[in-house]
Ligand binder design. Structure first.
Ligand code: SF4
Ligand code: SF4
Length: 479
């Protein structure tokens, strides 16, 4: 998911790779959000829905670790490529803590070496949290990293799919990592997948993050694992190598989904369940990515590639320097080239990458083109476009029912917040307005979340009780 700013006019940059003053390629984007996979798709656990685990079949011979030469080429080219003051150096996996900490110390010193005057660099790091220790956390704090921690909710929900290689839940180990991040005052956000196990429990999941993990930033990612008629049975078994079993390289093909994937309407209901809590209690206090980007979209700014009109500014870099169009398209047909052979900016400005980004808009179905919430949704991510539209047109977004539900229901309150902002007020004033409306409607009216319960027993009920007991295990993790 990326920033979606559009390219500007050609300019000249000074490169440090022996081509000083080289012409900037036409249509080169002024900035982009690259996800670097220092350890390829290698991971120390075995989340059942993680199709990235299958990507090691792309590189059958290698020890999947980024070399110092690739690291230096990457950092140098990334900083050379940006013509906006802000640059993000984003580490992703697999699991990046499988690299030694010294590797990231080296990365940070290379940033110091190649940073252009005026460039402000933010380091981000997505982890399952299991290998975190005091040394990692001190480093993150010292170098001001933003750490994304993957958690799918309380123990009962997290442990359904986020398991180790023996099939055991990883919740306790992740909570240990979370505690260390907290102790070291590392800035963190929670990345939560929405899947078949937690799709009906949006509010409980959100409350767990807010109340137990004290999260201020939360991001939700729908799990949609595609498969064909031929691969669905293997796909349902998971993506890691297992002895005696044929492996499938995950590609964005097929119109079946695994039994771990979130239901379409359920995804929208999950978001609404959280939205109805947030709009009454947490505006300005907790930042939920999809809510933030929806509000921004009302001002015509698209901060998340998934709901931007076009995309193509979120490439993925494999450990060996291969650059792909997007982290979700690390597959042979979307390999742009290798940064040891071609500067990443040339790859980003290539016709293939431009076409990849523009196809997002140009392949919309008629239903999307005529949709009332198109300005907020823009058809969603192309990787999810494998369903039939209402008219039977192929290439429609599998998640459409949920996206439509969410954007339709959330839009009025979002518009109120936009008006508040425009008139110089705090958007958080929407909370009092929402509660005044609740009072006017009365406690026995249907809850606006649409789940079918009376308001009083649904989002009008603020009791902290949860049917889950899997909160932070405080006794076991007194560190
Ligand atoms: S394919 Fe999807 S995830 Fe990738 S850049 Fe486009 S919208 Fe973003
Ligand atoms: S809500 Fe559905 S129809 Fe509307 S733009 Fe999104 S995917 Fe297309």
């Amino acid at each position: 998911m990326t920033d979606s700013k559009l390219p500007s006019e050609p300019q000249t940059i000074r490169r440090t790779d022996g081509t000083p003053g080289a012409n900037l390629p036409q249509d080169a984007p002024p900035c982009f959000h690259l996800l670097a996979k220092a350890s390829g798709s290698t991971c120390n656990i075995d989340c059942q829905y993680c199709f990235f685990l299958s990507k090691d079949t792309l590189y059958p011979d290698g020890h999947h670790r980024m070399s110092e030469a690739t690291l230096e080429t990457y950092i140098r080219q990334l900083l050379e490529s940006h013509r906006t003051p802000h640059v993000t150096v984003a580490w992703q996996g697999g699991e990046p803590t499988l690299m030694r900490l010294d590797f990231f110390r080296q990365a940070v010193s290379l940033v110091d070496k190649y940073r252009k005057p005026g460039q402000i660099v933010k380091h981000t790091f997505q982890t399952n949290g299991i290998l975190l220790d005091d040394e990692w956390c001190s480093f993150f704090r010292e170098r001001d990293f933003l750490v994304g921690l993957s958690v799918d909710g309380p123990r009962e929900l997290h442990d359904v799919y986020r398991v180790d290689r023996n099939g055991h839940g990883t919740f306790d180990l992740v909570m240990r990592g979370w505690k260390l991040l907290q102790q070291h005052k590392v800035e963190f956000n929670i990345l939560c997948t929405v899947n078949a196990a937690n799709e009906n429990d949006g509010r409980a999941v959100y409350r767990f993050f807010r109340d137990e993990l004290k999260a201020k930033w939360v991001q939700f990612i729908p799990i949609v694992e595609r498969a064909t008629e031929q691969t669905i049975d293997l796909a349902n078994l998971g993506w890691r190598a297992q002895s005696g079993r044929k492996r499938v390289l995950y590609t964005q093909t097929g119109n079946r989904v695994t039994n771990r994937s979130v239901g379409s309407r359920q995804y929208g209901q999950f978001l609404l369940d959280i939205f109805e809590e947030w709009i009454r209690h947490d505006v300005g206090r907790v930042f939920v990515q999809i809510f933030d980007v929806t509000l921004e979209a009302l001002f015509g700014r698209h901060l998340l590639c998934i709901h931007a009109p076009t995309c193509g500014f979120g490439p993925a870099l494999e450990y060996n320097g291969d650059l792909y169009s997007c982290d979700h398209f690390v597959e042979p047909g979307y390999r742009l080239g290798n940064i040891h052979d071609t500067h990443m900016l040339d790859l980003m400005a290539s016709p293939e990458q431009r076409r990849f980004g523009l196809d997002k808009r140009e392949s919309l179905t008629a239903q999307c083109r005529e949709c009332q919430v198109r300005a907020l949704c823009n058809g969603g991510c192309p990787k999810d476009r494998f369903a039939l539209s209402r008219d039977g047109e192929p290439g429609h977004n599998y998640l459409c029912a949920g996206l439509e539900l969410f954007f339709h229901r959330a839009r009025p309150a979002m518009q109120t917040m936009a008006k508040l902002l425009q008139s110089g007020h705090a958007p958080s004033e929407v909370m009092a307005m929402t509660m005044a409306e609740d009072k006017r409607r009365g406690p026995y009216a249907p809850c606006p979340c649409g789940k079918g319960q009376k308001f009083r027993f649904c989002h009008g009920n603020n009791a902290p009780a949860s049917r889950f007991e899997g909160g932070v295990p405080r006794e076991r993790h007194r560190l």
